[in-house]
Design a protein around this ligand. Sequence first.
Ligand SMILES: Nc1nc2c(ncn2[C@@H]2O[C@H](COP(=O)(O)OP(=O)(O)OP(=O)(O)O)[C@@H](O)[C@H]2O)c(=O)[nH]1
Length: 317
Amino acid sequence: MAEEKKGFFRRLVSGLTKTRQNIVSGLDSLFSGFSKIDEDFYEELEEILIMGDLGVKATYSILDDLREKVKEQHIKDPADCKQLLIDSIKEQMQIGETAYEFENQKSVVLVIGVNGVGKTTTIGKLAGKLRGEGKKVVIAAADTFRAAAGEQLKEWADRANAEFIGGQEGSDPAAVVYDAVAAAKARKADVLLCDTAGRLHNKKNLMEELKKINRVIEREYADAYRETLVVLDGTTGQNALSQAKQFAEAADITGIVLTKMDGTAKGGIVVAIQSELGIPVKYIGVGESIDDLQKFDSDDFVNALFTTEEHPEEETE
Ligand SMILES: Nc1nc2c(ncn2[C@@H]2O[C@H](COP(=O)(O)OP(=O)(O)OP(=O)(O)O)[C@@H](O)[C@H]2O)c(=O)[nH]1
């Protein structure tokens, strides 16, 4: 278990290389370049956090908290601020215990996201993870807007050895979910993963579609635990934050999956998303292969971001 956690942290650190270089190299020169903690110091820190995509709101809260800590503890040397800053970022992201109950009981997971964010890949990875734990998984291709999306999803379902239920292009997504629920019941599945639409330019249709799907699940599969995950592309920075806000208006989101965290210098967006929206980031994608989906832990994330080792051998605690 400890070995597993170590490997996991190492992968997280290497996945976050670009984000880490972006934020931490700036901070290192700030901490070593300033001889005292003055307004210029705070101004530069503000700029680094904003450029790192932590978002304006989270940045200001972190700065306020840091100023207070510096004052209370009579800190004079900028270098002594580093740990305080790490603590402030961690505190900013605290939104209570993140629950993964759907993994351990009969459940339906609706996965929402606009095209190209990594929705299909995420469902495939999640299916692979659950199958690895011996769970029975059914995947429903209820995003019937694009036939190619269904084909891709089927490939992932085959790879993960999960049951696949699809529909014709343009068919009713709720009908696909209906069929998938029937299949899940017949096979006594543990988790039903539903790929659903994410056409944000037509929020009213999206809301109607999700409502219809929800009605089918409530009627046909009332005893299943419900989870609604929004998939966001981490490389899109602030745009991901605004997508999350819009989806939160259209559905009861229970968690967020942030993908492509390995390919971006904008990983700081996870701080903005979690602290501004109060919706837990449950998983992050740090690569394209089936085991590149990790449960998100904000303390591990901040530790990985600030680690100075390229290949850490140590666990975080
Ligand atoms: N590096 C990296 N690439 C990812 C990750 N997740 C997804 N991708 C890649 O992003 C691209 C889009 O992923 P898809 O899963 O097809 O995205 P989608 O949201 O289903 O898009 P549509 O099929 O167009 O609806 C693919 O090339 C994936 O391999 C990740 O965590 N890291």
